[in-house]
Design a protein around this ligand. Sequence first.
Ligand SMILES: [Zn+2]
Length: 231
Amino acid sequence: MASSRWEKERETLCQVCRRLVKTGLVVGSSGNVSMRLKTNDDDLVLITPMGLALEGLNPHELAVIDLEGEPVEEDLPPSSESALHLMVYRRRPDVGSVVHAHPVFSSVAAVSGREIPPIVDEVVIKIGGSVQVAEYAFPGTEELAEKAVDALGDRMAVLLRNHGLMTVGKSAEEALDNSLLVERLAQIFLYTTLSKGANPLPAEVVKIEEELYRMHRSAEKASGGPHGIGA
Ligand SMILES: [Zn+2]
């Protein structure tokens, strides 16, 4: 029964949607969020619906789809960016949640086609290195999904050229925190370039921090991978 399944996960995702609006990352329906639902034999995805404002979403307005995008419950149609989310879940088994939005500073970097270099420690330790810019593709297409996931690599964030930002995380809260972090980094980077140009961290520091990132990710993997969600 649609109404009794995934109750807790639906509530969590709605809370994350409200935080996205509250923190200014999303205006109206210009963003989408999903989380992986672990089942006994398969992975499913809980995702925001197409065209509805995120702020007032009701848990039962979310959609459950499989990794091919087929509906599982009798829900509203899923986000028009479902292909983007599904490509991440297929290619990154470590990811439990995806957030996509068009926040202002990240979008400025995406429009100017400039990756965010390792200018402060968090870029490397939390995100895994520079935030790359995926090549442009039309919104909602498989092509966009492929280009985004290629540019994402094994990191936690990617800019979508002339479009916006996508971040991932073990949980929906972590994916949201990564969006907030990248938006702040984009702001620091863009203001710095307006002042006198950005100086990256020393190369040897980046190397050490990349190692810290990898250690942190593999420790998470060892402790059970993405957010453990009961079927
Ligand atoms: Zn978008």
